[in-house]
Design a protein around this ligand. Structure first.
Ligand code: FEO
Length: 391
C-alpha cells in the first residue's frame, strides 16, 4: 500500500477491525472500528500510540519500512487502554532502546501491564516540549478523556493534534482516511454513538480539555479511531463541544420493555399522540430487541425521553433495568422525561422507574401512566398530558 502522509514526515499507520463484534466486549460494531497510529519520521523518530494487538500483522514491517531500518526513538503513549497500547510489549522486543513518553499515571499502568520500569520511561508534564528535529511536540494532560492517564500530543510545527479517543468514531475507514475523502453522513451517528457510549460519562472533563487546548492553533486532528480531520477540524470540535455540553435536538425517544405486548401498545399510543401534535422526530425502541448502545446514543441526541416497563418480579423488566443502569452511569443531562408502566398483579415496573428517575437530573414533564392488564383509551387517557407537555 502507498504510504499515507498526514503532514511533513508524519505517516498514518492505522488499520481496520472488521472481525471484532463488540468493542470493549460490550458495544456492537456492525460497521467495525479503526485503530489509528501515527509515525513521525524526523531526526528523532516517534510513534504516536500503537494498535490493538493482532489487528495489523504488518505493523512492524511498515514502521521499519518508513524508518528505512533506523531505530525507533520514542513511543508516545497518549492512552493506555489496550486498543492503543497492547502492541507495546512486542514493539519493545523489536526496539529495546525505545523510550516511552507519557505521564506518571500511565507509567503505573505500563509497569502493571508490561513489567516496565523507570529506564524505559521519559516522563512529560503539562506543557512539556519534545524536540524531534523539524517537529516540536508539546504535551497536554487531559485526564478522563477517556481514562485518568489520558493526554494529547500537539505538533507545534505543523499544528497537528494527536487527540487519542477524543474526536474518535466507530466505523472502519473504507478507503477514505481524511474527512474530505469520506461522506461524513455515514459517520455522524457512529461518532455520536462512540461519544455517548465511551466518552460521554466524562463530558465535564471534555469541557476542561477544551479549555486547556483553546490556545492551540489546530490545523489537523488525528484521533485514534475514525477519520483524520484535515479539512474541517472545527466540525469535530463543534460536535464534541455540543455533545459534552449535553445540547440536544427536538425529538422524543420512547423506550419500552414489554412481555406480552401491552406495554408496547402504550408506547405506540403515546407516540401517535405526539406525532398528531406535529413532532416528526420520534424513535421507539424495544429494549429487548435493540442493543442499549443505540438507545443511549439517541437519548443523547434528543431532548425528550419516555420510558415504559411492564412489571417483572415486582420490579422493572431486566432489559429496562439494563438501560436505566447505563443511563445512570453515562448520565445524559437535562432531558425532559415521562414514565409509564403496566402490571398484572402487584406492579413494580413503574415504581422501579420512578426510583431510577429520582436519581437523574432530568425534568419531569407530566404524571406517569400506569395500568393493569390490557390497555384501553380510558386507562391511557393520562398520555394526553404527556403528549401535550412534550410539545
Ligand atoms: Fe480507544 Fe479508551 O480507548
Amino acid at each position: 500500500m502507498k504510504q499515507i502522509v498526514i503532514s511533513n514526515k508524519i505517516f498514518y499507520l492505522g488499520t481496520n477491525d472488521r472481525k471484532k463484534s463488540l468493542f470493549e466486549n460490550n458495544w456492537p460494531l456492525p460497521n467495525g472500528v479503526s485503530y489509528n497510529s501515527y509515525l513521525i519520521n524526523d531526526t528523532k523518530s516517534a510513534l504516536v500510540d500503537t494498535l490493538e494487538f493482532g489487528s495489523k500483522d504488518d505493523y512492524l514491517d511498515q514502521i521499519s519500512l518508513i524508518l528505512e531500518n533506523k531505530k525507533l526513538d520514542y513511543l508516545i503513549v497518549n492512552h493506555m487502554e489496550p486498543d492503543h497500547s497492547s502492541m507495546i510489549g512486542i514493539l519493545l522486543k523489536f526496539y529495546p532502546s525505545l523510550k516511552i513518553v507519557s505521564n506518571i499515571k500511565a507509567f503505573k499502568m505500563l509497569e502493571a501491564y508490561f513489567g516496565l520500569s523507570e529506564e524505559n520511561f521519559l516522563e512529560v508534564k503539562d506543557g512539556d516540549l519534545l524536540d524531534l528535529g523539524y517537529h516540536k511536540l508539546s504535551f497536554h494532560l487531559t485526564p478522563w478523556v477517556h481514562w485518568p492517564e489520558t493526554m494529547m500530543t500537539f505538533d507545534t510545527t505543523d499544528q497537528v493534534l494527536f487527540s487519542c479517543d477524543a474526536f474518535g468514531s466507530f466505523g472502519t475507514l473504507d478507503g477514505g482516511i481524511f474527512d474530505d475523502e469520506i461522506n461524513f453522513d455515514r459517520y455522524e451517528d457512529e461518532m455520536r454513538r462512540y461519544y455517548s457510549n465511551i466518552v460521554g460519562k466524562y463530558s465535564n472533563m471534555v469541557q476542561k480539555a477544551f479549555t486547556k487546548l483553546q490556545d492551540l492553533d489546530i490545523k489537523i486532528i488525528c484521533p485514534s479511531h475514525g477519520p483524520v480531520w484535515r479539512s474541517n477540524p472545527l466540525k469535530a470540535v463543534e460536535l464534541y463541544d455540543k455533545w459534552s455540553k449535553h445540547e440536544s435536538v427536538d425529538g422524543v425517544v420512547i423506550a419500552f420493555a414489554s412481555m406480552y405486548g401491552n406495554t408496547e401498545k402504550m408506547a405506540d399510543f403515546v407516540a401517535r399522540l405526539i406525532a398528531e401534535r406535529g413532532i416528526k422526530e420520534i424513535k421507539i425502541f424495544d429494549v429487548s430487541k435493540t442493543h442499549v448502545s443505540y438507545i443511549l446514543s439517541d437519548i443523547w441526541k434528543y431532548k425528550s425521553v419516555i420510558l415504559g416497563s411492564c412489571a417483572y418480579n415486582s420490579g422493572m423488566h431486566p432489559m429496562m433495568e439494563h438501560l436505566c443502569h447505563e443511563l445512570s452511569v453515562i448520565n445524559p443531562k437535562g432531558k425532559n422525561y415521562a414514565l409509564f408502566g403496566s402490571y398484572s398483579w402487584n406492579g413494580g415496573g413503574l415504581k422501579s422507574l420512578l426510583t431510577f428517575s429520582d436519581k437523574m437530573s432530568w425534568n419531569k414533564i407530566a404524571e406517569p401512566v400506569e395500568l393493569m392488564g390490557a390497555p384501553n383509551s380510558i386507562k391511557m387517557s393520562g398520555f394526553q398530558e404527556i403528549a401535550d407537555k412534550i410539545i
